[in-house]
Design a protein around this ligand. Structure first.
Ligand SMILES: CC(C)(COP(=O)(O)OP(=O)(O)OC[C@H]1O[C@@H](n2cnc3c(N)ncnc32)[C@H](O)[C@@H]1OP(=O)(O)O)[C@@H](O)C(=O)NCCC(=O)NCCS
Length: 202
């Protein structure tokens, strides 16, 4: 019998399609959609994303904590299904100066600029929450993540066998706050449409 995690992960075929794309923040009640996305990542992508082998149970436990330990998750949804995420951690730290970011895009949706859109969204959120530095860590062989970070002006450095990327953030301005506020408004509508799409596909 197929285990429940595999059933969730396989519920939607991973075929790229020109569907309706929304880039928005996930709400805590969308945790299951986040988990399903992480479960669909192939073993190599899981290792790249977390820096270690992750079992389904470990992914579930991780995603279960993501929203309640000062995390904020931006997602790219295609026809209501979460296909990529950019996670910002460090919101509960005091002083809140240093954030950490991590990204995952499902196979089939990579190299289409989705990682870049999520990176920009995470940078803006970190800046608007008073952070001055954003840290992105990856394996030195992770060419995709290194290219993505460089594209956003991140300086990369090899430290203790890991590549550390540091993005220096400007202080927030009325314009940066307004940009995020407007994105929130659009994303609330996007979340509604995503919920409606998922519901109608049941
Ligand atoms: C890293 C990752 C998030 C990139 O997402 P993506 O949606 O493919 O990225 P984009 O399409 O926005 O591409 C961004 C840049 O990276 C480059 N890039 C993407 N994949 C690449 C690859 N395999 N090799 C070299 N460069 C690559 C793109 O050409 C682009 O550079 P450009 O703007 O100079 O043309 C995605 O590959 C992924 O999820 N990998 C598995 C998980 C992971 O490695 N996470 C990172 C650890 S935090």
């Amino acid at each position: 019998m197929t285990d429940p995690d595999t059933m969730i992960a396989c519920a939607k075929p991973a075929t790229p399609a020109a569907g309706r794309i929304t880039v928005r923040k996930l709400w805590p009640h969308e945790r299951e959609a986040y988990i399903a996305h992480l479960l669909r990542l192939e073993p190599e992508a899981r290792r790249w994303r977390f820096g270690m082998t992750m079992t389904n149970a470990a992914l579930r436990a991780y995603a279960g904590r993501s929203f309640c330990v000062g995390g904020l998750v931006h997602a790219c949804c295609v026809d209501g299904v979460v296909r990529a995420t950019g996670e910002l951690q460090g919101l509960l730290d005091f002083p809140r100066q240093h954030g950490e970011a991590a990204f995952s895009v499902e196979k089939g949706w990579r190299r289409q600029g989705i990682g870049s859109r999520l990176f920009a969204a995470v940078l803006l959120s970190a800046r608007n929450r008073g952070m001055s530095v954003l840290d992105v860590m990856c394996h030195p062989d992770n060419l995709a993540m290194k290219a993505l970070a460089r594209r956003h002006g991140v300086t990369l450095q090899l430290l203790y066998g890991e590549t550390h990327g540091l993005a220096r953030l400007d202080i927030s301005t009325p314009s940066s706050l307004l940009t995020e506020a407007l994105a929130n408004t659009t994303s609330a509508f996007g979340a509604f449409l995503d919920a409606q799409t998922c519901y109608s596909q049941r």
